[in-house]
Design a protein around this ligand. Structure first.
Ligand code: ACM
Length: 550
């Protein structure tokens, strides 16, 4: 009986301590013990020589960040591989020195890690750079939040970490966030901050929505007018109802150099970037730049759109020069974005301009259809063939919004990825059944630009305040999906549309804390997710967002 009481008491004590530990996303397995690892005196980082130089880079950055935030100088001790294999703790750990030891376990998954914190020694085990990176992100979350931000905090008296054993790996490989900069342009420094927050919560895919009716945001060498003309409009606000265009010249775009810089920045934080060029709909800014071959009615004036909604001014998919344009864009995106995916949009593409255009009418006849939606699919098929002809290292998987599944009579084949937003659960299941891979980004509740409360202080945006933190947290990805289809679900993604969001401070306000809720859905096993516990863990995060990130 005494023994049982002792066990119960110990469990209670452990769970209390576990609550004190505030890691987001919640690790898959965690056991808390007594004691702390104190960062004082000489702290030695021991790590083996590994083939992948990125491990060195991860450790170097960690050492620099720790110095900047805590003023603790970690001493690096790069061991020979053979020494590592026979690493003897007792012999290697010099009296009085604390050690952080990196251990390679090739059997683990690429993003998995183990973190074992004891007084005087921390073991960090992983197979690959991403695993080591995530272990260190967790380690930083065991310290005050200024450490994650890499800024000093003079008020902290002791830098120490609770003793804990964590065995962790993500539920999904795709933990994404999409930012629409077509409507409003924020610039690379804002994007880098977003990438920092994503990385803090172990998110790994930044989907960059770079083109819209209201703006084209990426330099394309072959088509300079896309940014000379398409990146600028005559209104800062985007008109809707009583909100009229204000006549203010507004815009901006990323040069190729900017793009490379952001891609590199993201890579260092294990975030891969998926560019989206939304064609042939949502393309009025492109049409305004090259109406002579992109417009269905080049004889009429075309301008970068000043209004919200879905523009009917879509690309003339029957013009061979428009098809070549799209291929050239894909080629330049391939050069700039090394990750294996390119998003071509595909949502909300009205067909009425095609219906009135003689070239489109003729093409429809030629492909043996009477359904104008098939022209969109025919356009994409040519782009898919173009990509398939490239050398393997230049091939990219094409991603589309889920509208491409419907309304057409000529399916695109299974070698695509469907980003499911409208009727997301059903669309994703449909895609998976057709053999496609899919990503869950349900409009409700994962469009985290929508108002997150009914408070009168909520900034103007879409929705009625129903997409609260709790609602976002409570969405269950891949619910009731048959086991044999689950491997086709790559993961989850939050999306941020910016029709109403002019200022980056409003992006930040609306994005947080809901981004953290999506991050946890992407990482933590469903059985370990608990909203009340998440709320408690969120309390400390404001420190990161306020003082350190923005
Ligand atoms: C979308 O929300 N139109 C993808």
């Amino acid at each position: 009986m005494k023994k049982l009481l002792f066990v119960l008491f110990s469990l209670f004590a452990i769970s209390l301590q576990a609550q004190d530990i505030s890691i987001i996303p919640q690790p898959a397995e965690m056991v808390v013990a007594d004691g702390r690892f104190v960062l004082e005196g000489k702290v030695v980082v021991c790590y083996p020589v590994v083939k992948d130089k990125k491990v060195d880079a991860v450790i170097d950055r960690f050492v620099k960040e720790m110095k900047a935030a805590t003023d603790v100088k970690l001493a690096k001790d790069r061991l020979k591989k053979t020494e590592m294999a026979g690493f003897d703790v007792k012999k290697s750990v010099k009296k009085g020195d604390a050690h952080i030891v990196f251990i390679v376990d090739e059997k683990m998954g690429e993003e998995a890690y183990k973190l074992d914190v004891k007084p005087g020694r921390v073991d960090v085990t992983a197979a690959a750079p991403a695993g080591f990176f995530y272990a260190l992100q967790t380690f930083k979350q065991l310290l005050p939040r200024n450490v994650m931000a890499g800024v000093p905090d003079e008020s902290v008296e002791e830098w120490s970490v609770p003793c804990v054993t964590i065995k962790d790996e993500p539920r999904f490989g795709w933990r994404g966030f999409m930012l629409d900069e077509g409507r409003h342009f924020y610039g690379k420094e804002e994007v880098k901050k977003i990438i920092d927050v994503m990385a803090a919560y172990k998110m790994n895919r930044f989907h960059w929505h770079l083109t819209e009716d209201q703006g084209w945001r990426i330099e394309i060498k072959k088509y300079p007018k896309l940014t000379e003309v398409g990146a600028w409009r005559d209104s800062k606000v985007i008109g809707w109802g009583d909100v009229k265009p204000d006549g203010i010249r507004y815009g901006g775009f990323y040069t190729r150099k900017d793009i490379k810089e952001v891609v590199e920045y993201a890579k260092e934080r294990f975030v891969e970037i998926i560019p989206e060029v939304d064609i042939p709909g949502h393309s009025q800014a492109a049409v305004a730049s090259y109406p002579e071959f992109l417009a269905c009615d080049p004889e009429n004036p075309h301008e970068v759109w000043l209004w919200q909604g879905v523009s009917g001014d879509v690309i003339n998919v029957a013009n061979p020069k428009a098809v070549q344009f799209a291929k050239d864009i894909i080629d330049e995106l391939t050069e700039l974005f090394p990750f294996g995916y390119i998003h071509l949009g595909g949502d909300e593409c009205p067909t009425h301009k095609w219906e009135k255009n003689s070239e489109c009418q003729a093409l429809l006849k030629e492909i043996g259809s009477t359904n104008y939606r098939d022209l969109q699919i025919h356009f994409y098929k040519q782009l898919m063939e173009h990509v398939a002809q490239k050398p393997v290292e230049k091939q990219r998987k094409l991603v589309f919004w889920n509208e491409v599944l419907h309304g057409n009579t000529a399916p695109l084949g299974s070698d695509i990825t469907i980003m499911a937003w409208i009727g997301a659960d059903g669309a994703a299941l449909d895609a998976a059944k057709r053999g496609m891979t899919t990503i869950l980004s349900p409009q409700i509740p994962y469009y985290i630009n929508r108002k997150q409360s009914k408070l009168s202080t909520e900034p103007v945006s879409q929705g009625h305040g129903d997409e609260t933190v709790e609602r976002v947290y409570s969405y269950k990805p891949m619910n009731n999906v048959p086991a044999e289809l689950q491997q086709q679900y790559l993961g989850v993604q939050a999306n941020f549309w910016t029709e109403w969001v002019v200022e980056p401070s409003v992006v930040q306000y609306l994005m947080l804390p809901r981004l953290a809720a999506v991050a946890e859905a992407g990482w933590t096993p469903d059985v370990k997710r608990d909203y009340n516990d998440f709320l408690k863990r969120l309390q400390g995060e404001a420190g990161l967002w306020k003082a350190c990130v923005w």
